[in-house]
Design a protein around this ligand. Structure first.
Ligand code: G6P
Length: 612
């Protein structure tokens, strides 16, 4: 989820690249760098922090005449996935000779293998990144033709990439390639640009070529030559950009929240990539650093987090108990840190946090460490405080979450918790057969989410019938109880509707007194062992005149009590928590839109709570 920009043409490349990076900064902002091609070779500058820091460095270290002389260059703004946000890990990365430089978005899954092979040949790596393995491999294959070397290397990598590469030996040439990570070429007059996102191009040209997966292009100031990985020529049409630059940053969506909701097939895919072992029905979570023996020895898993991350932990509690038969519990981090928690060396404490900076969660980590527990992080932001202090855990790879209301981080957290539960389960009591079935269900998640997103219009219609109400209930049982809490949280955060998430069976013990005719009650009534009970609870609401909105399993029996239905695809009840959560995110989004609320920056909220 980083940003790439490249330029070759009649103008000086440096100002174009810095301008492009500023437009891409919303995608990633922990470090940035650029490489310019000059008569004497390649010159690179990198800086930790925002693009402005890189611009300062360019002003301080590069003479103006040098800047003016570089007519080709590549640049990158990084959002760390492998390795902390340091200057050494910032892009562009270099091959062993220093004559090839590369910027990369995506994840090279087999980089450890490539790195080990190259190190055996004497390579000394300068960074912890997966990217450096790729550029060094390109260097190994380079015999004078950059594109050929890039193709040879790409044929040996697994994973996702959008890349732009420069060679000192080929002035005025940028080679780009994509697989699973977007790349677009801007075709101007006597100049071409390449970028991970059209947002970086619109200031220069509206004529663009979108690359497809498997495309490799050799780009000069006045030519674009595309082939596939077998060197066969490919013809791609030039398209015309019709949108405004501001809209592009949101990928054409009206809000970052909507963009992030729609990114979830990809982000959950990233969280799962390389981590599911379908054959053995288990998960590969190397960052946990726990052996099967250690998993057996834990007496308990205690999860801590705040807000949405706390709700993810509550789903994890069900998954761990059901699949791994281990005592699991979740506690608000703010509570855990002050209650003198009963944890010791036989307990695993998992700190769940999107930002990795939440003060209460960080304090809970320290408290758990002081008590001798084994502590892991389940974090989105690489190199964040919680990631550093836990030292081990699992990254979400969801990319930067800009909207204050968390969406893709939540589904990433639940996906990773399902993987953890699967791994624990197989280390403890889960049979191979059940493990395989569940791994196959988890692997379907990107498709399951897509099926929910495809119903956007239907969910918007349900939202239209809800938007006039100032109160709502969300009900669920089992693992859907935390999803109900999260659905209610989304609605109150962004639409200012007073929404209560409740255990469906608890409603009658008090809150049912609040029901008034027409009040929306969202009931999570998917296929599950407790469906009949949930439907009974929905009936109780209907009998008081409430308007029941049922989230049901597509193809399941009709739900007579429902005034409105939202369908999620049929899947395992634990796995169903993710598509159900996506449906409720869309519901909240549309209610907030119809109520004309400032969706990305709701009043009184902050993206992360760095104070108690
Ligand atoms: C803030 C945000 C919430 C978030 C919570 C925990 O309150 O508004 O959306 O869930 O912090 O943040 P974390 O980064 O630790 O997941």
């Amino acid at each position: 989820m980083c940003g790439i920009i490249g330029y070759v043409g009649r103008n000086a490349a440096t100002p174009v690249l810095l301008g492009g990076l500023r437009r891409l900064e919303y995608r990633g902002y922990d470090s940035a760098g650029l490489t310019i091609q000059q008569a004497g070779g390649l010159r690179t500058l990198r800086a930790v922090g925002k693009v402005a820091r890189l611009a300062d460095k360019v002003r301080a270290e590069w003479v103006e005449a040098e800047v003016a002389a570089g007519h080709a260059g590549i640049a990158h703004t990084r959002w760390a996935t492998h390795g902390a946000p340091t200057e050494a890990n910032a892009h562009p990365h270099s091959d062993a000779t220093g004559r090839i430089r590369l910027v990369h978005n995506g994840i090279i899954e087999n980089y450890r293998h490539i790195r080990a092979k190259l190190e055996a040949k004497g390579h000394v790596f300068a960074s912890e990144t997966d990217t450096e393995a790729l550029v060094r491999l390109i260097g190994e294959y380079h015999k004078g033709d950059l594109r050929q070397a890039v193709i040879a290397a790409l044929r040996r990598v697994e994973g996702a990439y959008g890349i732009a590469v420069l060679s000192a030996a080929e002035p005025g040439v940028i080679v780009v390639a994509r697989k699973g990570s977007p790349l677009v070429i801007g075709v101007g007059e006597g100049e071409c640009l390449v970028a991970s996102d059209p947002a970086a191009l619109v200031a220069h040209t509206r004529r663009v070529i979108y690359l497809d997966d498997g495309d490799v292009a050799r780009v000069t100031a006045d030519s674009v030559d595309i082939t596939d990985l077998d060197h066969a020529p490919i013809d791609r049409e030039i398209a015309e950009l019709t949108f405004e630059a501001g809209a592009v940053e949101k990928g054409g969506h009206a809000h970052f929240m909507l963009k992030e909701i729609h990114e979830q097939p990809e982000t959950v895919g990233n969280a799962l990539r390389g981590r599911l072992d379908l054959v053995n029905g288990t998960a590969v979570l190397s960052g946990m650093g726990a052996t099967a023996r250690e998993l057996l020895d834990f007496q308990r898993v205690v999860m801590v987090g705040c807000g949405t991350s706390l709700h993810a932990g509550m789903v994890g509690e069900f998954a761990l108990e059901e699949l791994a038969a281990i005592h699991a519990e979740v506690q608000p981090a703010a509570e855990f840190r002050y209650r003198n928690p009963l944890v010791d060396g036989r307990d695993l404490v998992v700190a769940i946090s999107q930002s990795g900076e939440t003060a209460d969660t960080l304090a809970a980590v320290r408290e758990a460490k002081d008590k001798g527990a084994v502590v892991m992080g389940l974090v989105n932001v690489v190199g964040s405080a919680i990631a550093r202090e836990t030292g081990r855990g699992v990254y979400l790879h969801a990319g930067p979450e800009i909207s204050v209301a968390s969406t893709k981080a939540f589904t990433g957290q639940v996906a990773v918790l399902l993987l953890m539960a699967l791994k624990f389960g197989r280390g403890r009591r889960l049979s191979g057969e059940r493990g395989q079935a569940l791994a196959a269900e988890i692997a379907r998640l990107p498709k399951l989410i897509e099926a929910v997103l495809a119903q956007d219009a239907a969910i918007a219609a349900v939202a239209a019938r809800m938007a006039g109400h100032d109160h709502a209930f969300f009900l669920g049982r089992g693992p859907m109880h935390p999803v109900a809490l999260e659905g209610a949280l989304k609605l109150k955060e962004i639409s200012y509707v007073h929404a209560e998430g409740y255990h469906a069976a608890e409603l009658k013990h008090g809150p049912i007194a609040l029901l008034t005719p027409g009040m929306p009650v969202v009931v999570l009534a998917n296929r599950s062992p407790v469906l009949d009970k949930v439907l009974g609870n929905a009936e109780e609401c209907r009998a008081r005149g409430a308007r029941v909105i049922a989230v049901v399993t597509d193809g399941g029996p009709p739900v007579a009590v429902a005034d409105d239905v939202i369908r999620i695809p049929d899947c395992d009840p634990l796995v169903a928590t993710i598509p159900a959560a996506v449906a409720l995110q869309l519901l909240a989004y549309h209610v907030a839109r119809l109520r004309d609320c400032p969706i990305d920056q709701p009043r009184n909220l902050a993206k992360s709570g760095t104070v108690e």
